[in-house]
Design a protein around this ligand. Structure first.
Ligand code: PSU
Ligand code: MN
Length: 302
């Protein structure tokens, strides 16, 4: 059995990878579990369009009837965005969905892992997972995956619902190179965390691509995490967002929300409490990241 026999790669994506044409991976958990319906499906299509407009081929990744699929067809994207009971899969969960022939949406971690198996090296998402607040040792597997998988991950930094300072430290421990897109400090999703320095600042897609090629030439492990601040008009100040996050955390605690339900619960609670402003910010930053990822992918010469 060859290494990729359990992974379906769409014809379009396979051809592009073979030719060395620019490809950008997109995840499906943000669609299935991170955004409300029917907006989620619309955003899924918009992100693919943004990548195409940027001159690259989008490859949205998910699991359909037990088949990890790179480059979901439009109907498959719709299935993951609208069906009930779609699994939420990190890398460790992929064998479960495959063995059960289930449908599943892939988190940043699982998407990176599958994309890298297929020769894709750029991935765009929203806010990455990280160290949750409190003393419960809830640390997203995104961090471990970022530490071991070589990939340019274009994101808006860690989600604001997390312990962002601890997440910054954990990225360092994992050996992840954190780059700031036109910024010296790490953005935190729609929130701000002005005091957390990035490892390196890049101002252009060409600079990001040069960093990536040097990383590849040396064979240093892990991701290049390119952190892009949310569009300025969508940033929500700490004074405003912190009490909202605190109340969401208290609700999660009192309702006994655990494990992989924590992040979707908190995102939903914050969106409700901000009258949808955090949701608009999330969509705007996702689209911006898709466009920047496409720009970086088209600049790769290695
Ligand atoms: N970015 C968003 N919304 C999301 C996510 C990222 O803007 O819903 C998802 C990603 O799939 C990421 C996951 O991998 O949240 C992290 O979840 P957890 O904390 O359970 O590891
Ligand atoms: Mn978790």
């Amino acid at each position: 059995m060859n290494e990729l026999s359990r992974i379906v790669v769409s014809g379009e994506v396979r051809t592009a990878v073979e030719r060395g044409d620019p490809v950008v991976a997109l995840e499906s958990t943000v669609l299935a579990h991170g955004l409300p319906r029917p907006r989620n499906l619309e955003v899924g299509h918009l992100l693919e369009m943004d990548v195409r407009d940027g001159g690259a081929l989008p490859a949205t990744i998910g699991v359909i009837s037990g088949m990890p699929t790179i480059g979901l067809a439009s109907g498959e994207l719709g299935q993951l965005a609208t069906a009930d009971g779609v699994m939420r899969l990190s890398t460790r969960d992929l064998p479960v969905a495959v063995a059960r022939r289930a449908d599943g949406a892939t988190t940043a971690a699982a998407t990176m892992w599958l994309a890298s198996r297929c020769g894709i090296n750029v991935f765009a998402t929203g806010g990455i997972g990280g160290v949750h607040r409190g003393s419960g040792w809830d640390v997203s597997s995104d961090l471990a995956e970022l530490g071991r998988t070589s990939m340019i991950v274009v994101c808006a930094g860690p989600k604001a619902i997390l312990d962002v300072a601890a997440t910054r430290e954990a990225l360092q421990t994992q050996g992840v190179l954190v780059a700031g897109w036109r910024t010296d400090t790490m953005p935190c999703f729609y929130g701000t965390c002005d005091d957390l320095a990035v490892d390196v600042r890049v101002d252009t897609a060409t600079e990001a691509a040069a960093l990536w090629c040097a990383h590849g030439d040396l064979g240093t492990p892990g991701a290049l995490l390119l952190c892009v601040p949310a569009p300025a008009e969508h940033v929500i100040s700490s004074e405003e967002i912190e009490p909202v996050i605190q109340r969401a955390l208290e609700r999660a605690e009192s309702e006994g929300v655990q494990n992989k339900n924590v992040t979707p619960f908190l995102l939903r609670a914050v969106a409700e409490a901000t009258g949808g402003r955090s949701l608009e910010a999330n969509v705007a930053l996702l689209r911006q990241n898709a466009r920047i990822a496409a720009a970086v992918a088209t600049e790769l010469t290695c």
